[in-house]
Each structure stands twice: as structure tokens, then as C-alpha cells.
Design a protein around this ligand. Structure first.
Ligand code: TYD
Length: 138
């Protein structure tokens, strides 16, 4: 299956509004199109820092700005789109075989990532040329 940039969409998560504070919940296989096997988060990101800079062979992810904001640049090797995340009830789904870069982190921001599998370095393309060759045979 050739995964496409169009599949990488914002997902609205349930939000229970309450004067005592809002609540959002996420159920694997329901609100996200995969079972959640791992959660990790980026925090204490210094101003001007960039994260990501890789693609995954098989991993599905949902990225949420739990606090503050940042941008995710998605790239299928032909087209690119920049998505600004700044809501803790909105997640960006990223399918496999999409190069991503994260930048423009606001001070104190927290980026939470839900992932369909455990960490495996051999699931990464960290070299853009290798990614392009695998994706497009270029
Ligand atoms: P990486 O995925 O390159 O970070 P990002 O894409 O957010 O910039 O991971 C950075 C380092 O952390 C790398 O050495 C692998 C390690 N790591 C784990 O050990 N487990 C994990 O779940 C993740 C995401 C990374």
C-alpha cells in the first residue's frame, strides 16, 4: 500500500467541557486508527530547536500538542504540508512512509506522540535519499 500525504489529517478528540477543567480521552483503535503500543513526549525543547527529520517504515503515530504549540512539516517526497498544532484535543495522524520535521516550538510546549509499536531503530529512515529511494525508487 502506498501511504499518502492526504491520509495525514487532524483528528478531533473528545472534549468533556467542565468549569473545573476540560478532559480529553483517547482510545486505541477508536479515536486513533491503530492500537497504541507506546507513548512518548518531547519537552524542555529549546527555542529554535528542530526535531524529527526522519520517516517510519511501518509505524503509525498521532501527535498532540499537550501544551503550547509547534509545527509539523509532512513530506511524501513530492509534496509538503505544514500543520500548526496548538490544541490538546486535536491530534495529527501520521501514516508510515512520510518524512516529518517538527519546529517552531513555543516556550514550555509539550509534544505527545502515540505510536502503533514499540521503539525500533530499524523502522526508521533517517537519510532522506534512502527514504526517497524506498518510496519512489528515485
Ligand atoms: P528520535 O525518534 O530521533 O527523536 P525525534 O524524532 O523526536 O527528534 O529519537 C531520539 C533518540 O531517542 C534516539 O536515540 C532514539 C531514542 N528513542 C527511544 O529510545 N525510544 C523512543 O520511543 C523514541 C521515540 C526515541
Amino acid at each position: 500500500m502506498l501511504y499518502s500525504l492526504e491520509q495525514c489529517q487532524l483528528v478531533d478528540l473528545p472534549k468533556i467541557q467542565d468549569p473545573r477543567g476540560n478532559l480529553t480521552f483517547i482510545e486505541g483503535g477508536h479515536h486513533v486508527p491503530f492500537d497504541i503500543q507506546r507513548v512518548y513526549y518531547l519537552y524542555d525543547v529549546p527555542g529554535g530547536a528542530e526535531r524529527g527529520g526522519h520517516a517510519h517504515k511501518e509505524l503509525h503515530q498521532l501527535i498532540i500538542a499537550m501544551s503550547g504549540s509547534f509545527d509539523v512539516v509532512l513530506d511524501d517526497g513530492k509534496d509538503k504540508k505544514r500543520v500548526h498544532l496548538n490544541r490538546s484535543y486535536s491530534g495529527l495522524y501520521i501514516c508510515p512512509m512520510i518524512w516529518r520535521e517538527l519546529d517552531n516550538f513555543s516556550s514550555g510546549s509539550v509534544c505527545m506522540v502515540l505510536a502503533s509499536n514499540r521503539y525500533a531503530e530499524d523502522d526508521y529512515y533517517r537519510d532522506y535519499t534512502a527514504f526517497m529511494r524506498a518510496r519512489w525508487g528515485a
